[in-house]
Write a protein that binds this ligand. Structure first.
Ligand SMILES: Nc1ncnc2c1ncn2[C@@H]1O[C@H](COP(=O)(O)OP(=O)(O)O)[C@@H](O)[C@H]1O
Length: 170
Protein backbone atom coordinates (compact mmCIF):
# COMPACT_ATOMS: atom_id res chain seq x y z
CA UNK A 1 0.00 0.00 0.00
CA UNK A 2 1.34 3.42 -0.98
CA UNK A 3 0.57 6.33 1.33
CA UNK A 4 1.18 9.95 0.37
CA UNK A 5 2.20 12.38 3.13
CA UNK A 6 1.61 15.86 1.74
CA UNK A 7 0.91 19.38 2.94
CA UNK A 8 2.13 22.95 2.56
CA UNK A 9 5.84 23.43 3.39
CA UNK A 10 6.20 23.85 7.16
CA UNK A 11 3.26 21.67 8.14
CA UNK A 12 5.65 19.01 9.48
CA UNK A 13 5.93 16.33 6.76
CA UNK A 14 9.67 15.88 7.02
CA UNK A 15 9.66 15.76 10.84
CA UNK A 16 6.86 13.17 10.84
CA UNK A 17 8.68 11.17 8.15
CA UNK A 18 11.75 11.05 10.43
CA UNK A 19 9.60 9.58 13.21
CA UNK A 20 7.98 7.09 10.83
CA UNK A 21 11.45 5.87 9.85
CA UNK A 22 12.21 5.39 13.55
CA UNK A 23 9.04 3.27 13.70
CA UNK A 24 10.36 1.03 10.91
CA UNK A 25 8.09 2.43 8.18
CA UNK A 26 9.49 2.63 4.64
CA UNK A 27 9.65 6.30 3.64
CA UNK A 28 10.67 7.85 0.33
CA UNK A 29 11.31 11.59 0.16
CA UNK A 30 9.67 12.89 -3.02
CA UNK A 31 12.37 15.55 -3.38
CA UNK A 32 14.96 12.79 -3.85
CA UNK A 33 13.09 11.45 -6.91
CA UNK A 34 12.31 14.64 -8.87
CA UNK A 35 15.78 15.40 -10.33
CA UNK A 36 15.04 13.93 -13.81
CA UNK A 37 11.89 16.08 -13.96
CA UNK A 38 13.52 19.44 -13.21
CA UNK A 39 12.63 21.96 -15.93
CA UNK A 40 14.64 24.84 -14.48
CA UNK A 41 14.64 27.36 -11.69
CA UNK A 42 12.15 30.09 -10.94
CA UNK A 43 14.35 32.79 -9.35
CA UNK A 44 11.36 35.04 -8.62
CA UNK A 45 9.84 32.36 -6.43
CA UNK A 46 13.18 30.95 -5.21
CA UNK A 47 12.07 27.48 -6.24
CA UNK A 48 12.66 24.80 -8.87
CA UNK A 49 10.16 24.13 -11.63
CA UNK A 50 9.28 20.44 -11.73
CA UNK A 51 7.30 18.59 -14.39
CA UNK A 52 5.14 17.21 -11.60
CA UNK A 53 2.57 15.63 -13.91
CA UNK A 54 5.22 13.49 -15.63
CA UNK A 55 6.85 12.73 -12.29
CA UNK A 56 3.56 11.47 -10.86
CA UNK A 57 2.83 9.46 -14.00
CA UNK A 58 6.18 7.69 -14.00
CA UNK A 59 6.54 7.16 -10.25
CA UNK A 60 6.88 3.45 -9.54
CA UNK A 61 4.50 2.65 -6.64
CA UNK A 62 6.10 1.58 -3.37
CA UNK A 63 4.83 -0.20 -0.30
CA UNK A 64 5.31 2.61 2.19
CA UNK A 65 5.04 6.35 2.61
CA UNK A 66 6.03 9.00 0.05
CA UNK A 67 6.70 12.30 1.83
CA UNK A 68 6.61 15.66 0.05
CA UNK A 69 4.35 18.48 -1.04
CA UNK A 70 3.83 16.84 -4.46
CA UNK A 71 3.06 13.36 -3.13
CA UNK A 72 -0.73 13.89 -3.23
CA UNK A 73 -0.37 13.90 -7.05
CA UNK A 74 0.64 10.22 -6.98
CA UNK A 75 -1.74 7.32 -7.44
CA UNK A 76 -1.58 6.57 -3.72
CA UNK A 77 -4.02 4.39 -1.80
CA UNK A 78 -4.36 6.86 1.07
CA UNK A 79 -3.45 10.54 1.10
CA UNK A 80 -2.52 12.33 4.31
CA UNK A 81 -2.61 16.12 4.21
CA UNK A 82 -0.92 17.83 7.14
CA UNK A 83 -2.39 21.23 7.98
CA UNK A 84 -1.23 24.13 10.11
CA UNK A 85 -3.04 27.32 11.06
CA UNK A 86 -1.55 30.02 8.79
CA UNK A 87 -0.31 32.36 11.57
CA UNK A 88 1.60 29.48 13.19
CA UNK A 89 2.81 28.27 9.79
CA UNK A 90 4.14 31.78 9.15
CA UNK A 91 6.21 31.58 12.35
CA UNK A 92 7.56 28.14 11.41
CA UNK A 93 8.59 29.32 7.92
CA UNK A 94 10.14 32.56 9.18
CA UNK A 95 12.16 30.56 11.73
CA UNK A 96 13.36 28.43 8.81
CA UNK A 97 14.72 31.57 7.11
CA UNK A 98 12.34 31.64 4.14
CA UNK A 99 12.15 34.96 2.26
CA UNK A 100 9.16 37.20 2.91
CA UNK A 101 7.68 36.32 -0.52
CA UNK A 102 8.11 32.61 0.00
CA UNK A 103 6.52 32.79 3.44
CA UNK A 104 3.57 34.75 2.01
CA UNK A 105 3.11 32.35 -0.92
CA UNK A 106 3.00 29.31 1.34
CA UNK A 107 0.84 30.93 4.01
CA UNK A 108 -1.71 31.93 1.34
CA UNK A 109 -1.67 28.43 -0.14
CA UNK A 110 -2.40 26.98 3.31
CA UNK A 111 -5.09 29.58 4.00
CA UNK A 112 -6.83 28.70 0.74
CA UNK A 113 -6.56 24.87 1.13
CA UNK A 114 -4.65 24.61 -2.16
CA UNK A 115 -3.12 21.15 -1.56
CA UNK A 116 -6.26 19.74 0.05
CA UNK A 117 -8.39 20.94 -2.87
CA UNK A 118 -5.97 19.40 -5.39
CA UNK A 119 -5.97 16.11 -3.49
CA UNK A 120 -9.78 15.93 -3.25
CA UNK A 121 -10.02 16.83 -6.92
CA UNK A 122 -7.70 13.99 -7.94
CA UNK A 123 -8.73 11.27 -5.48
CA UNK A 124 -12.16 12.16 -4.11
CA UNK A 125 -12.69 12.65 -0.37
CA UNK A 126 -12.76 8.98 0.64
CA UNK A 127 -8.97 8.55 0.41
CA UNK A 128 -8.06 11.79 2.18
CA UNK A 129 -6.93 12.08 5.80
CA UNK A 130 -6.45 15.67 6.92
CA UNK A 131 -4.46 16.12 10.14
CA UNK A 132 -4.17 19.48 11.91
CA UNK A 133 -0.66 19.87 13.34
CA UNK A 134 -1.18 23.35 14.83
CA UNK A 135 -1.53 22.25 18.45
CA UNK A 136 -0.31 18.64 18.44
CA UNK A 137 3.32 17.87 19.06
CA UNK A 138 5.22 15.72 16.56
CA UNK A 139 4.61 12.52 18.57
CA UNK A 140 0.83 13.01 18.50
CA UNK A 141 0.86 13.86 14.81
CA UNK A 142 2.96 10.76 14.11
CA UNK A 143 0.51 8.63 16.12
CA UNK A 144 -2.36 9.91 13.95
CA UNK A 145 -0.36 9.24 10.79
CA UNK A 146 0.35 5.69 12.00
CA UNK A 147 -3.42 5.21 12.47
CA UNK A 148 -3.90 6.07 8.80
CA UNK A 149 -1.12 3.66 7.79
CA UNK A 150 -2.57 0.80 9.84
CA UNK A 151 -6.09 1.49 8.60
CA UNK A 152 -7.72 2.47 11.91
CA UNK A 153 -8.33 6.13 10.99
CA UNK A 154 -11.44 7.46 9.30
CA UNK A 155 -11.07 9.58 6.15
CA UNK A 156 -11.48 13.29 6.84
CA UNK A 157 -11.32 16.39 4.69
CA UNK A 158 -12.62 19.92 5.06
CA UNK A 159 -12.17 19.66 8.84
CA UNK A 160 -10.34 22.97 9.11
CA UNK A 161 -11.42 26.39 7.91
CA UNK A 162 -8.57 28.87 8.16
CA UNK A 163 -10.60 31.59 6.46
CA UNK A 164 -12.79 31.80 9.55
CA UNK A 165 -9.80 31.49 11.92
CA UNK A 166 -7.50 33.99 10.17
CA UNK A 167 -9.04 35.38 6.98
CA UNK A 168 -7.77 38.84 7.95
CA UNK A 169 -4.25 37.68 7.07
CA UNK A 170 -5.10 37.87 3.36
N1 LIG B 1 3.62 19.45 15.22
C1 LIG B 1 4.56 20.39 15.28
N2 LIG B 1 4.58 21.25 16.33
C2 LIG B 1 5.52 22.23 16.39
N3 LIG B 1 6.47 22.46 15.46
C3 LIG B 1 6.49 21.64 14.41
C4 LIG B 1 5.53 20.57 14.26
N4 LIG B 1 5.79 19.94 13.09
C5 LIG B 1 6.85 20.56 12.55
N5 LIG B 1 7.28 21.57 13.34
C6 LIG B 1 8.39 22.48 13.06
O1 LIG B 1 8.06 23.21 11.88
C7 LIG B 1 9.20 23.31 11.03
C8 LIG B 1 8.87 22.68 9.68
O2 LIG B 1 8.74 21.28 9.85
P1 LIG B 1 9.09 20.29 8.67
O3 LIG B 1 8.93 18.90 9.19
O4 LIG B 1 10.41 20.63 8.06
O5 LIG B 1 7.93 20.64 7.63
P2 LIG B 1 7.77 20.26 6.09
O6 LIG B 1 8.57 19.00 5.84
O7 LIG B 1 6.29 20.04 5.91
O8 LIG B 1 8.25 21.44 5.30
C9 LIG B 1 10.36 22.62 11.74
O9 LIG B 1 11.09 23.61 12.41
C10 LIG B 1 9.68 21.71 12.74
O10 LIG B 1 10.47 21.53 13.87
Amino acid sequence: MMIALSGTPGTGKSSVADMLLQNGITVIRATETVDPYRLGADPDRDTDIIDDEQWAKEFRPIDGVVEGHLSHLLRADRIIILRCRPDILKERLERRGYSEDKVRENVEAELLDVILAEAVDIHGPEKIYEIDTTKDDMTSVTRKVLEVITGTATPASGTVDWLIACGDML
